[in-house]
Design a protein around this ligand. Structure first.
Ligand code: G6P
Length: 490
């Protein structure tokens, strides 16, 4: 069992690997560690818990189970010893600059990400990227094999690590292995493009339980398994055959929609300083009648261009006017060395510049564009200030921003405009559901949101808040882990 470990020992020799004698009964494996390195004003480096659903979802499970987390620090060439931070045992995996280019920016984000998001951007298929993906996945699998107790539960996360379940099972057949895919799983006809489709499916099928965001993702996966492997699929169970094709074990695949930490958001929305900050934000924006809000990683899947187009046309058509309305767009920097992301940033920023140049007044901005990440406290204040939240993703695994907005509307007011292509649309049916490709439709729906009567707003919001309160992130991880540790149908 775990005992306390050392501080990060930085910059060991390039090929040194840190082995550990400690073993753990519960191990999470994800591309990134749940902490980010921050440099203080005095130049001192420390770690801060990363924002985001996965960390909040899993950190209580980690604490209760004395678990360990395996992941990459986010920097090239780090060779860090295991360390404890935020009540978690962290086991860093190192990536070289070249591996970051080929495995992370290349295969994960230049091939799988666009392929799994409806080929919104063209995926690239390079054998050198695939080779690096295999090599790095093996490194993560070995790290997990080294620190898992006999019979431990290992939970592998997301598309960057799809080969880990099979590699890990080969090394450690005694383990219970779960996998959760945070992004969509594409329809067979799109997945078919992947030259390594069979290896990816076999990689995932190393898990006992494979979780997806939506029923449609799980169904897409099972269809691809039927089409591209020889394993037999019966409802949600896949009878995985051994090398001779004899069924040797069962892997299950089903939907487990992820959610948010409702309790934490309740604490934050009750804080007077955050409520005051929400009032301040409205004042800083010149007290418009309506604040529209978009919060996204700056990613081409999020439909930011479509949203800006609809908004610009509404201003052009004089269906609304600056002063009455302001759009706050938080676009947090993301994957900035990947070409598609660089191009997107240029396009968004020139569009915002054009809209503001045309419609700004000396007192008011049409779009307040913020290319930053903010701490959760500031995000909650923004959600509390915003009259309408615009989630216009062209494809999105879940979209936790939509759920956070609903959770923050403690007075049951505000309107959520939500793309039907986000996983959250399966749960939040009382939102105004939109097709972001239909610009005219989106314009009508934004006007509908701005003019909705208070009773209807409140009725819709109340239902959505109740749904999230009973399906929060704790319920999500509990449900997944209970299913993983039982052999029942899912
Ligand atoms: C999505 C993915 C995560 C990823 C996050 C941020 O939510 O599902 O796995 O960590 O984006 O992207 P990044 O490439 O910065 O880790």
């Amino acid at each position: 069992m775990a005992t306390s470990t050392s501080e990060p020992a930085d910059q060991a020799s390039a090929d040194e690997t840190h082995t550990s004698d400690e073993t753990f009964n519960f191990v999470v494996v994800s591309n990134r560690l749940p902490v980010d390195r921050v440099t203080g004003p005095d130049g001192e480096e420390s770690w801060r818990r990363s924002p985001g659903g996965l960390v909040t979802a899993l950190s209580p499970v980690m604490e209760n189970n004395d678990g360990a987390w395996i992941g990459w620090s986010g920097a090239a060439g780090d060779h860090l010893a295991p360390f404890d931070e935020q009540n978690m045992h962290l086991h860093p995996v190192s990536l070289s600059e070249e591996e970051i280019q080929l495995y992370y920016e290349g295969f994960s984000n230049g091939c799988l990400w666009p392929l799994y998001h409806d080929v919104i951007a063209p995926p690239e298929f390079h054998r050198t990227w695939w080779d690096a993906y295999k090599k790095v996945n093996r490194r993560f699998a070995e790290a997990a094999a080294n620190i898992a107790d006999q019979g431990a539960t290992v939970w592998v996360q997301d598309y960057q690590l799809q080969l880990v379940p099979k590699m890990l099972r080969e090394l450690r057949p005694d383990l219970k292995i779960g996998f959760f895919n945070h992004i969509p799983f594409p329809p067979l006809e799109i997945f078919a493009q992947l030259p390594w489709r069979k290896a990816v499916l076999e990689g995932l099928l190393g898990a006992d339980l494979i979780g997806f965001q939506r029923d449609s993702d799980a169904a897409n996966f099972r269809r691809s398994v039927t089409r591209f492997t020889s394993h037999n699929v019966v409802k949600n169970s896949i009878h995985v055959g051994d090398d001779q094709g004899v069924p040797s074990r069962i892997a299950r695949a089903a939907a487990f929609p992820i959610s948010i930490d409702m309790e934490r958001i309740n604490e934050l929305t009750a804080r007077p300083d955050i409520q005051e900050r929400a009032r301040q934000i409205r004042e800083d924006l010149g007290n418009p009648k309506y604040i529209l809000l978009g919060v996204d990683r700056l990613d081409y899947t999020k439909g930011i261009r479509h949203r800006l187009k609809a908004y610009e046309e509404l201003l052009n058509d004089a269906r609304t006017k600056v002063g009455d309305v302001t759009l706050v767009q938080v676009a947090s920097p993301s994957r900035e060395r990947v070409e598609q992301y660089r191009l997107l940033r240029e396009e968004i920023e020139s569009t915002v510049g054009r809209i503001n140049g045309t419609f700004d007044t000396t007192q008011h901005s049409a779009v307040r564009y913020l290319h930053h990440s903010y701490p959760i406290e500031e995000m909650i204040a923004l959600y509390m200030a915003a009259d309408v939240m615009l989630v216009t993703a062209l494809r999105d695994g879940m979209n936790l921003v939509a759920k956070e907005y609903v959770a923050s509307r403690i007075h049951d007011d505000g309107v959520l405009v939500l793309s039907e292509f986000a996983g959250a649309a399966d749960t939040l049916k009382q939102a105004i559901l939109i097709n972001p490709h239909d610009i005219d439709g989106m314009k009508e729906d934004i006007v509908k949101a701005l003019t909705m009567d208070p009773e209807e707003k409140s009725r819709r919001m109340r239902v959505m808040r109740r749904i999230i309160a009973t399906n929060d992130v704790e319920a999500w991880s509990k449900k997944f882990l209970e299913a993983l540790n039982s052999d029942l149908d899912v």
